[in-house]
Ligand binder design. Structure first.
Ligand code: G3H
Length: 271
């Protein structure tokens, strides 16, 4: 681009369906999102992350929407090796083979319920990168860590341990206490945390030229979205429960467009 402003990368609006959705409901939801997404501004991208069992059918719906659709497919986890004797596990290679483009890794629900460590998550990131997937790595502090004033240390440890040296995926900041609680951090606090994470990425990746979008996740709703997106440096959002209703998810996506924010564009999201 000559002399003018560098355009921002599209904002990502990622729907993590978690363990929700039988075939009929998933198909209906994906169809409604794909249809509604046709009229979204072109600076917004949607990623649908259904359970493993619905990946194939959601992929078919996204494909049918045509090559111009802003919707693509994501998964919620992968194994750290490409194949082997791992009953019940799914490899990144298998996901890529199904048409998956993104994979959520290190979600707090997996860190807590499956004992996933930063070291394991980093191995999964390596596997995802090797398979050509874009990892969306989740980090965030618990309420207890926040109350003890340990947020910065926790985030620094997670960034240091979970990411690969040449990481070029997506980082999702999800304060554990905000997930499913109806509460989002005060916007000035969120802005400070994004700036902290930008610095942590610079230090972890040993470069000032950070191109890793940072998403926010935790109780994102259509009502909260305009305020959250008023942070010009925000790369997007990771949405849980509000992604299970097409109308709510699409309203969040509409609010993500940079055209609706008066904030100056800044931060790591400029290509
Ligand atoms: O992955 C999504 C997050 O856990 C947020 O979930 P939530 O929007 O239901 O709070």
């Amino acid at each position: 681009m000559q002399g003018g402003k560098v355009p921002p990368l599209p904002r990502l609006v990622v729907g993590n369906w978690k363990m929700h959705g039988l075939r009929e409901q998933s198909t209906r939801l994906a169809r409604a999102v794909a249809e509604g997404a046709q009229s979204l501004p072109d600076d917004v991208r949607l990623v649908l992350c259904p359970p493993f069992t619905q990946l194939s059918s959601v992929h078919g719906i996204i494909n049918a929407a045509g090559p111009e659709t802003p919707v693509c497919l994501g998964a919620q986890d992968c194994h750290m090796t490409s194949s082997g004797a791992h009953t019940g596990d799914i490899s990144a290679e298998m996901l890529a083979d199904l048409g998956v483009r993104y994979v959520i890794l290190g979600h707090s629900e997996r860190r807590q319920a499956h004992g996933e460590t930063d070291a394991l998550i980093r191995q999964k990131v390596e596997a995802a990168e090797a398979a050509g997937l874009v990892p969306i790595v989740c980090i965030g502090e618990t309420m207890q860590e926040r109350l003890e004033g340990r947020t910065t240390t926790v985030l620094a440890t997670q960034v240091e341990g979970s990411l690969t040296d040449g990481f070029s995926g997506v980082l999702a900041y999800e304060p554990v206490w905000a997930i499913g609680s109806g509460t989002v951090p005060p916007i000035d606090e969120l802005e400070r945390t994004l700036s902290l994470l930008h610095g942590l990425l610079q230090s972890r990746l040993k470069t000032d030229d950070i191109r890793v979008p940072i998403l926010y996740g935790g109780s994102v709703t259509p009502a909260q979205a305009p305020t959250i997106f008023s942070i010009g440096s925000l790369g997007g959002v990771l949405v849980g429960s509000a992604s299970l209703e097409a109308e709510r998810f699409l309203r969040i996506a509409e609010a993500a467009s940079f055209r609706l924010t008066s904030q100056p564009l800044s931060g790591p999201y400029r290509s």
